[in-house]
Design a protein around this ligand. Structure first.
Ligand code: ATP
Ligand code: MG
Length: 211
């Protein structure tokens, strides 16, 4: 078969609004394999909306959102979940242990992969100091806000997604913690296609697409 050289992601002349008010108008951009880009634009410009369109949560009124040349709307949920790692500003804690937090996207993730993701984000040491390690039952106080955010990156990394989508993940953090998170992110981003949104420092990550 012929492998096409289609970009990993393409927005082709996309127009979209949640109602009659259009948020995105004739937006086109491409992201290539292994590329890291930052979406930049004023508040309300539609940055988070772009990620939601990519996740197939909404369908554009006009144009197409393509993954490897295929409309994302045609890709099944299970496949999409495998391909995309989506990290938001706030961490969604699930009931259970530390390990359960990291394996939320895929219960079949091996303990080895869980540990690798925690090492990558600098959390392994903290976790190993807990009496029950990865089997420690989580409470909100178990980790600091920055550590919870690192855990959300570990969660995404453990699932080993082809694509990472990051929405303002350092917005709630102080400057020092932001640096720790950004460092973890650079580790996780190596050899991966990444689309991130940020008002601030993370704009340093790769090419900037202004919307
Ligand atoms: P910010 O930098 O503040 O996060 P953003 O660029 O991510 O902004 P979006 O969240 O994509 O912007 O929102 C773009 C526009 O769409 C805004 O006017 C917003 O009010 C509107 N909007 C977002 N989500 C919905 C929704 N679920 N229903 C209706 N309107 C929405
Ligand atoms: Mg947003």
């Amino acid at each position: 078969s012929i492998r096409t050289a289609a970009p990993v992601i393409e927005f082709r002349n996309v127009t979209f609004g949640y109602d009659e008010h259009m948020v995105l108008k004739h937006l086109s951009f491409q992201v290539q394999q292994g590329e890291q880009v930052t979406l930049s634009g004023r508040t309300g410009a539609g940055k988070s909306t772009i990620l939601k369109l990519l996740l197939g949560l909404y369908i554009p009124q006009e144009g197409a959102v393509l993954l490897h040349g295929r409309p994302v709307s045609e890709i099944r949920d299970t496949e999409r979940r495998k391909r995309f790692g989506y990290v938001e500003q706030s961490f969604h804690q699930v009931p259970g242990t530390v390990k359960d937090q990291i394996t939320l996207f895929d219960k079949n993730i091996s303990m080895e992969a869980v540990k690798r993701a925690a090492v990558l984000t600098g959390l392994d040491e903290t976790i190993m100091q807990m009496e029950h390690g990865y089997d420690t039952e989580c409470t909100p106080e178990l980790f600091s806000q920055g550590q919870w955010q690192l855990l959300s990156i570990a969660r995404a990394a453990a699932a080993d997604p082809e694509l990472l989508l990051l929405d303002e993940i350092t917005a709630n953090l102080d400057a020092e913690t932001e640096q720790v998170v950004l460092k973890a992110l650079k580790q996780v981003s190596a050899d991966r296609t990444v689309i991130s949104i940020s008002h601030r420092t993370m704009a340093e990550l790769g090419r900037i697409i202004s919307i």
